[in-house]
Design a protein around this ligand. Structure first.
Ligand code: BDR
Ligand code: CA
Length: 315
């Protein structure tokens, strides 16, 4: 296999599953492994879902590592309302009889040290696995070629609380540890992912007339999230959060980024998991609070959707 070597760390989860499908259908990427983490659903479910998606696409050659079953310091938080109780919306896929491989932290430690500067890590769930790998072996994340994280929000309101994004909210201690590790990070926050939303009529245009399994999956998987957003926001729409992190690696030219210093709140009663971004215009860069990271401010939404559709729902 040639292509950019990538490891996906995820909590499938509907948009995680779509991100995995997009990555697997992209010849530019060589998916080395799928690591799972507790988040949208409990770890057993996330792991089974990862295996099911690999099975649907005939890629059971890719190892799945079952990761952390709970956040670093707090109780697990899940998102069944959005992703459905089984995590894949209204769909139910067969679970191939495949045993997950060994420990995620050992795997990350091994692959990143054996291939320094080569492997891109795309993390689209709570950052528990990455934080554990870093705490076990200081500096290990720096050995990644690139670390792309879907999480947080910089200027945008939150989705799980007024100010927090789900992945950072679910394990803020891990998010803080990864940010503070000083690894070169590209963050794909809600500010960017909210720019790419799919409504019901667009989804119909995408899947109608397509008889293959992936089309049924895409429609059925998005259904609870569409119903949820209709109920809560008065508009049925699905955000392609996690696929955008894959898109950043596939086609960086359609994303605009900037650098900002950030940290993550871990103790606030109302602000748990909030990204605290030092956006003060009058402060000299040398005196900013937090750690300087790269984040996606804007995306060419039409170009991204076209790429997503081309990879996940080819004509
Ligand atoms: C993130 O939270 C999860 O529910 C999604 O899978 C995505 O990774 C969006 O806030
Ligand atoms: Ca996710």
């Amino acid at each position: 296999m040639s292509g950019i070597p990538v490891v996906l760390d995820m909590d499938p989860g509907v948009d995680d599953a779509l991100a995995l499908m997009m990555a697997l259908n992209s010849p530019e990427l060589d998916v080395l492994a799928v690591c799972t983490v507790s988040g949208n659903v409990p770890i057993e479910v996330a792991t089974n879902n990862g295996i099911s998606i690999l099975g649907m696409l005939g890629r059971l050659d890719i190892p799945v590592y079952r990761g952390s079953e709970r956040p670093l310091k707090r109780e697990p938080v899940h998102a069944a309302e959005v992703h459905g109780p089984g995590g894949l919306g209204d769909t139910e896929l067969p679970i191939p009889d495949v045993e997950p491989s060994g420990s995620v932290t050992e795997f990350l430690g091994k692959i990143l040290s054996e291939r320094p500067g080569e492997v891109t890590v795309i993390a689209v769930g709570p950052l528990t696995n990455l934080a554990r790998a870093e705490s076990k072996r200081r500096g290990i994340l720096q050995k990644a070629k690139q670390l792309v994280v879907m999480g947080g929000s910089i200027r945008e309101p939150g989705n799980v609380s007024p100010i927090a994004e789900f992945n950072f909210y679910a394990d803020p201690d891990a998010a803080r540890a990864v940010v503070r590790s000083g690894v070169e990070l590209t963050l794909v926050p809600l500010d960017a992912t909210h720019q790419v939303q799919i409504g019901r009529s667009e989804l119909d245009r995408w899947v109608d007339g397509k008889g293959f399994a992936e089309a049924h999956f895409v429609r059925g998987s998005m259904e609870p999230a569409l119903a949820y957003t209709d109920r809560i926001y008065g508009k049925a729409s699905f955000c392609l959060h996690d696929p955008m992190a894959v898109g950043c690696v596939l086609r960086p030219s359609i994303f605009q980024t900037t650098r900002t210093s950030i940290d993550v709140e871990v103790e606030g009663e109302l602000a748990n998991g909030q990204v605290v971004a030092d956006l003060r215009p009058f402060v000299d860069d040398r005196h900013r609070k937090g750690v300087s990271i790269n984040w996606v401010t804007d995306v060419d939404a039409d170009a991204f959707k076209a790429m997503f559709k081309d990879r996940v729902l080819p004509e």
